[in-house]
Each structure stands twice: as C-alpha cells, then as structure tokens.
Ligand binder design. Sequence first.
Ligand SMILES: [Zn+2]
Length: 90
Amino acid sequence: MIRRARTRRHRPEVNCREVGKVLQSYLDDDVEPGFADKIAKHLEACRDCGLEVETYRRIKASLAAKLPEVDTAAIDRLRAFGEQLTSGDE
Ligand SMILES: [Zn+2]
C-alpha cells in the first residue's frame, strides 16, 4: 500500500504548498533529484516561493558563517508562512 508521500511522482508540477513543506529539505539536498528538479522549476516560475527560498538561503548562509546578522523579522515571516502552509488556512 502506498501512502501519500511528500514526493508525488504522478504530478507533473509541485504547488506552493508542497514547495513550502520541503523547502528546508530541498536546501539541505535531502529530496530526490527528480523532485528537486521540479522544485527548482517552480522556484524559477513562482516569485513568492523564489523569494522564500532566497530568504532561507540567506539565513542558512548566515548561520553557517555564524554571523549575528540574521534577519529575525524574516525568520518570523518564514515561520508564519510555514504555519500557514501546514495548517491549510490561507
Ligand atoms: Zn510557489
């Protein structure tokens, strides 16, 4: 029996909700290559998600470099964004 996985191969495109759910895994290279490719395409086409991933990347880079200049407002916004996605309310 196949449970609904986060990588739904039968769908040609991923939507914003799916991208939001796996964004951190995607940035950690923790998704299947084929799925990562779909995400990359979505990020190119979708400005909202593109901006989100850029913010994530900057936060990750800041953390990796141990810089104190992480934009806390952006983190709050991302957290709200993620909660919005997972709660199903829009
Ligand atoms: Zn999107």
